[in-house]
Each structure stands twice: as C-alpha cells, then as structure tokens.
Ligand binder design. Structure first.
Ligand code: UD1
Length: 342
C-alpha cells in the first residue's frame, strides 16, 4: 500500500455513492467520483461540498467507456475502488433488460480490468439482497441459497458477483468485498444530499415523501393479506448513512487482508419492519397525516425478507446505528429541501 488516500467511487454522485463520499472525506480519504450524472444532478456535488467543506474531485464520465475510465487510473494512484455505478430500477429492468445487462456488467468489467492492469487490489462492490431471489425463510444470512433472480436487475447483481468470484479464482491479485444491501432509506441529516428519483418513484419511502409534499396524490400499500403481523410486506429498512459507513469499514477490513479473496456481507439492521409500520412512523415523527390506501399485491414482491446482519458485526465491526425515526425524519427534511429548491 502506498501513501495515497485516493479511492475511486464510480456512481459517486448517486444515492448511496454520495453519502459514502461524505463519509470518505470525513475519514480522511480522497474520493474521486466517476459519474456521468445520468441519474443525478450537480446539486448533489454542491451538497457534499456544503456538508464537508471539501470539493470532491468529480469526473463526468460514463464508466462503460473504458478509455475514459482508464484516464482516471493513469491520473491517480488508487488504493481502492468502490463500484456503485449501475441501474437499479427493478421494473425498468424487466422492460429493458439489455440496457441493464450492458450497463451494469460492462461497467463492472471495466473497473476490474483496470484494477488488474494498474495493480489496484481493494474493491468494494455494491450488491443487493435481491441476489437471494425468493428466499425460503424471511431472515437471510450470507449462506442462504441464491435463488433465481426475479428481475434482470437482480440477475445483473448475481452475475456481477459471479464475475468477481471467477476473476479472484483466476489468481488475480484482487480482494473483493460484495456488500448486499437490504432497503436503503433516509438521507444525510443536513438535508443537503439524498435520493433523486427520476420520474415517479417505485420505492416506498420516496413515494411516501412525495405524497406528503403533494407531488403525488396518494400512496398505495401493495397488499393487505400477506402472512405477516399486519398483512403488509416486511423489509429491512436501513438508513443510508449507516450503509455509507459500512463501506468505510469494508474498505478498512479489505486493506488488512492478505492475498486474493472474494467475500460477501449483508448490510441490514437485522430487523424486519412492515410497510404499515413505516407509514405510521413517518406520520408520527413528522406530524403528518399521509393519504394512503390498500391496493393489490405488486408482482414479484416477496412477503418478508430481512437480514441476518451478524457477519457484518463480527467481520467488519459494523452495526446499524440509526433508528427508523431518524430515517423518516431525514427523508422528510430532504424532500422539503428539494421542494424549496425548485
Ligand atoms: C427492491 C429490490 C431491492 C433494491 C430496492 C431498492 C428486489 C426483490 N428488491 O426492493 O433489491 O435494493 O428495490 O431499489 O428486487 N410498496 C408499497 N407501495 C409503494 C411502493 C412500495 O406498498 O408505492 C411496498 C412494496 O410492496 C414492498 C415495500 O414497500 O413491500 C418496499 O418496496 P421497495 O421500496 O420498492 O423495495 P423492494 O421491492 O423491497
């Protein structure tokens, strides 16, 4: 390892990427953002600047463009790469599978090719609990079987992990940690950065905040007859700042390992929360009455899934710190800041 503290963050202007950039800066790293802003806006970089008082080095490039990405590997001496750049909308991936396979796989392949060529050994990969497909049990640990993916998006995450595993097996001098996120929610508590859904959001929390602010008329809770305590689905909702922090822990852990390795770690709170609990917490914390109704089940939804997060605790010394109340308050602060900026 050299003295450089440069970390390449592909997709660093995105939702989880931008929060991770803040944490990297706070802990003395020098993040270098590679992002073409197809799914973000300049305001996210300004937000990072406001929070950290540092202007992150930002390169407007498409990570599927090998030449453009190689320029960054020539310019900087990276000690690690955190690879976020990817599409993530489940429904869109069903409608446009090639778009997903091309973008998500090519960007990963480019990163790995260049890590090998330039001797960058530490790679953190942005994966998802979607790799478990439809699990046999609600709680999943890293040993749980990877069932068939229920969307092309999910398939790209499974394939990416396979690619990484094969590259490491081929004796590449590479250490890879794949972080399987459960349901990221919330925003930086300052409200300077957060998620920027394009068009109508498909995820629950942006849907809630946009309904509360009046951009959307009402929220539909998909299904009231699941085999759960209150009939709505159960997920493991985790504050995005906790997730961001886990990337730092992951990077630290990787840097202390010798030889090549591929490993996976779940990132969740370890606790299941129902959709109705989320709504009620949002209403209570922010003193808002949300316009919602029950509707039909959504295709492809599993009844309940949450993390066994014990490996993250043992291996990375990481435990989620923030509460559901924190997430609901921060998501709402962000939505209001967005509205005021327009
Ligand atoms: C999906 C992906 C996950 C990905 C995440 C964020 C799968 C199986 N899961 O999670 O990998 O990380 O998106 O992109 O591919 N809901 C409503 N009304 C709404 C919206 C959602 O009731 O308007 C419910 C859903 O039915 C679900 C829960 O809220 O039970 C969470 O949904 P969502 O935020 O879309 O995330 P997941 O589908 O769990």
């Amino acid at each position: 390892m050299n003295n450089s503290k440069h970390i390449l963050v592909t997709g660093g202007a995105g939702y989880i990427g931008s929060h991770t950039v803040v944490e990297l800066i706070n802990q003395g790293y020098v993040p270098v953002i590679a992002d073409d802003f197809r799914n973000s806006e300049e305001r996210i970089i300004s937000g990072i600047e406001k929070i950290t008082e540092v202007s992150p080095q930002t390169h407007r490039i498409d990570v599927t463009d090998l030449g453009a990405l190689e320029y960054l590997f020539q310019k900087y001496s990276f000690i690690g790469v955190i690879h976020f750049a990817a599409y993530k909308a489940v429904g869109e991936s069903v409608a446009s599978p090639i778009k997903y396979y091309e973008n998500n796989l090519l960007s990963l392949i480019n990163c790995i090719k260049l890590c090998e060529k330039y001797g960058v050994k530490n790679v953190v990969f942005s994966s998802s609990c979607t790799v478990y497909g439809e699990p046999d049990q609600a709680v999943v640990d890293e040993q749980s079987a990877l069932k068939p993916a229920n969307s092309p998006y999910g398939a790209t995450k499974q394939m990416s992990e396979l690619i990484l595993q094969d590259v490491v097996r081929s004796k590449a001098d590479l250490k890879v940690l794949s972080l399987r996120y459960f349901n990221p929610i919330g925003a930086h508590p300052s409200g300077e950065i957060g998620e920027l859904p394009i068009g109508a959001p498909s995820n629950l929390v942006p849907y809630i905040t946009q309904t509360a602010i009046g951009k959307l008329a009402e929220l539909t809770v998909f299904g009231d007859d699941y085999d759960t305590e209150d009939g709505s689905c159960v997920r493991d909702f985790i504050h995005v700042m906790d997730l961001a922090n886990a990337h730092l822990k992951g990077l630290e852990w990787l840097s202390n390992q010798e030889g090549q390795l591929f490993d996976v770690v779940n990132l969740g709170t370890g606790k299941g929360t129902s959709v109705l609990e989320i709504i009620h917490t949002f209403e209570k914390v922010n003193d808002i009455s949300l316009n919602w109704k029950f509707g039909k089940r959504r295709d492809g939804d599993v009844s309940q899934i949450y993390a066994d997060a014990s490996k993250a605790k043992q291996q990375l010394n990481w435990v989620a710190q923030k509460s559901l109340e924190d997430s609901m308050r921060d998501a709402w602060i962000w939505e209001q800041k967005l509205a005021n900026a327009k």
